[in-house]
Design a protein around this ligand. Structure first.
Ligand code: AHR
Length: 665
């Protein structure tokens, strides 16, 4: 018993000692040399968009109908087919059938369409679509509904309707239980594909409406491109983007957008790469096909919409094309593996890449510039950067093709910065070979990727300090801290913030960076963790999102020498930049420890009596495992306070926190 008491006393004394040691710990001194700096990339924080996790269709692309062009197929998922997500509706005593045809497609790229046959009209025979987990609609808001149709040849002599008379149809929004929320009607007449369009204004807000098209006479109609868009898209663009998701991205203030993806650029094999030409022009003429992530991509959010989005948010467009090889994990050979385009196909492929530059930058009367102009953008988009390749194995197959593309680009478009790839990892054989190849070609920039655990970021704070400044600049094109169970914890966000401090300190060599992946629809994720999750109606911002937002909104163009007298001991790191346009000084501190840390900040070079207005923004949460489960009440979110600071001031950085001081000098 006595022994027990003694043990408790020793433990208590020990705890007291630790507590007083913490209380007595000398504050860490953080010194910012206000007049000792170097120019850095003003474009450090951008975003990387890939149609993964339903990021485009069913995500940021505001189309509410799923499988609008009847192109779904078992190549996407075994039970998918052209009528997937469509129901045949036979109302009242109505009877009819729904089939798929390819005889008279709307366009050769859009091969399939539906034929609706009405045997007995009853109260209507038609089709219904529930979108992506239900169509969310808001009471009183306007939705643009449209479809393409023509009268199927039925022949009066077969007793199956009369094509000389129009086919009356109604187009409705209905609740799941069949209550009509909005309705319009059309007469379908003629045997050529015609677009029918109307506005629908629902009488109620529901999360899971259906779009229903009903025909009311005996006969038949061919249908394609059955579509429903909210009128309120981001910046009210037609064929536009979901406003809440696009705004969340815009709020990061990304300086560039990489597009259309990583693995998706390659597709599943050598001839399955993302062909930008399939993604421009009228939407009914685009090629809807499977993407590498096991579902369908309409390319409705295509190159035009991507460039327009960049322009809308003031970001540089950064498209990526393949290097003429497929992913080393795809390929068609028995063992799979990297394959190259046959050499006799390379000239045409390279011409496609040149055409992309003409489409983006050429005059409106050039062949491809005219395609852009017809879509509504006669002025050039101002493309400056082009990624070639993604995480490729650096083999002779790759090098031969990359060099061909690179040499033609350098000869014909020296103004374009070609971004090469150094494989899928932060180190290793492809990384080494990729850098050696980049040095051989004299590339201006290469793309590094790493998905690593949070500790890795803390252990590699100085990764770029020793990079050779005379070699290629770095684009950290994909990175994320994968915490236990790959969750979006505060711990993972703080590790990424620490990584960003290192990028910023080396902003003379690290020009761009983008977290990956960007978007994920809940219930349809192929990859975790992601930066922003969403459902049909909600947007869930992760701690990792807020880190990107704080660095994006508080970027600078000049790095100031920033030192901690603790060195890089422990999980504490800091950087300081100047935003020249505003003249503001921005100090960022990341405390990855589970304890608060006292810091004495000194802005060396400012007068001793300087007193300045500042905004202090702190991102932290209840603990390192904290996550933002709920869209409405995130537990990890930034909190800003207006304060005044002096040339020297004290600050206690909370446990697991990122603090940004934005100081008006
Ligand atoms: O970001 C998800 C995937 O990770 C990308 O498609 C690919 O480049 C990387 O392997």
């Amino acid at each position: 018993m006595k022994q027990g008491h003694k043990g408790v006393r020793i433990l208590f004394a020990g705890l007291l000692l630790i507590a007083s040691a913490i209380a007595d710990a000398e504050p860490v001194r953080l010194t910012v040399q206000v007049d000792e700096g170097k120019p850095i990339s003003p474009d450090l924080v951008g975003v990387f968009f890939e149609d993964l996790n339903y990021a485009a269709d069913g995500g940021i692309y505001a189309e509410l109908v799923q499988n609008r062009s009847f192109q779904y197929s078992p190549t996407e998922q075994p039970d998918w087919h052209p009528l997937k997500f469509w129901d045949l509706e036979q109302r009242g005593d109505g009877s009819g059938s729904l089939t798929v045809a390819d005889m008279r497609p709307i366009h050769p790229n859009n091969t399939l369409y539906a034929i609706l046959t009405v045997n007995t009209p009853g109260e209507g025979v038609g089709i219904a679509n529930g979108g992506f987990d239900g169509i969310p609609v808001k009471q009183g808001e306007c939705y643009n509904a449209s479809f393409w149709a023509y009268q199927a040849f039925m022949g009066r002599m077969w007793g199956r309707g009369d094509n000389s008379k129009p086919m009356p149809v109604t187009l409705r929004l209905e609740t799941n239980a069949g209550k009509v929320l909005a309705e319009t009607s059309f007469d379908i007449q003629g045997r050529t594909w015609t677009k029918y369009a109307a506005e629908l204004v629902p009488s109620e807000t529901v999360k899971d409406a259906r779009l229903v098209l009903l025909a009311h006479e005996q006969g038949g109609i061919c249908l394609d491109m059955v579509s429903l868009f909210p009128q309120k898209t981001f910046r009210n663009r037609p064929n536009g983007l979901r406003a809440d998701l696009a705004q969340a991205i815009a709020d990061i203030h990304p300086k560039f957008v990489r597009f259309p993806g990583g693995c998706l650029v390659h597709g599943g094999g050598i001839h399955q790469y993302y062909d930008w030409k399939d993604s421009v022009g009228p939407v009914e003429q685009r090629k809807s096909e499977h993407n590498s992530w096991g579902y369908s991509q309409t390319k409705g959010f295509g190159y035009f919409e991507f460039f327009q989005f960049c322009e809308d948010i003031g970001a540089l467009p950064l498209p990526v094309v393949t290097a003429g090889v497929c992913c080393q994990h795809a390929g068609s050979s028995p063992n799979r593996g990297q394959e190259g385009l046959p050499m006799d196909e390379m000239p045409a492929y390279i011409q496609d890449v040149l055409d992309l530059i003409e489409w983006a930058n050429g005059p409106a009367d050039s062949k491809w510039g005219a395609v852009r102009a017809t879509a509504g953008h006669p002025e050039p988009f101002g493309l400056k950067y082009l990624g070639v390749g993604n995480e490729d194995a650096i083999t002779s197959i790759f090098k031969e093709r990359f060099r061909m593309i690179h040499d033609v680009l350098k000869q014909k478009h020296p103004e374009i910065v070609v971004i090469g790839t150094v494989g899928p990892f932060a180190s290793g054989s492809d990384y080494d070979a990729g850098w050696a190849f980049s040095n051989e070609l004299g590339l201006e920039m290469v793309d590094e990727h790493y998905y690593v655990n949070p500790e890795w970021f803390w252990e590699n704070l100085e990764r770029y300090d020793s990079y050779d400044r005379s070699k290629a600049k770095v684009y950290v094109g994909e990175y994320a801290a994968h915490d236990r169970g790959k969750r979006n914890t505060l711990r993972s966000a703080m590790a990424e913030a620490a990584g960003l401090i290192g990028f910023e300190r080396n902003g003379d060599v690290v020009r761009f960076s983008s977290y990956a992946p960007l978007l994920a629809r809940r219930g349809h994720t192929q990859w975790t963790p992601d930066m922003i999750y969403f459902s049909g109606t909600e947007v869930y911002l992760t701690p990792n999102y807020y880190v990107q937002q704080l660095f994006g909104q508080n970027s600078g163009d000049r790095y100031l020498k920033t030192t901690l007298d603790s060195g890089d001991a422990g999980k504490l790191t800091a950087s300081s930049v100047v935003d020249s346009p505003s003249g503001e000084l921005i100090v960022k501190i990341v405390n990855g420890e589970d304890e608060p840390t006292d810091i004495d900040v000194r802005l060396a070079g400012l007068p001793d009596n300087a007193s300045m207005n500042a905004i202090r923004t702190v991102l932290t949460g209840p603990g390192p495992d904290a996550e933002n489960e709920d869209a409405k009440t995130p537990v990890v979110k930034p909190v800003s306070t207006h304060i005044s600071v002096e040339q020297a001031f004290s600050y206690q950085a909370p446990a697991n926190s990122l603090t940004v001081f934005r100081i008006r000098k």
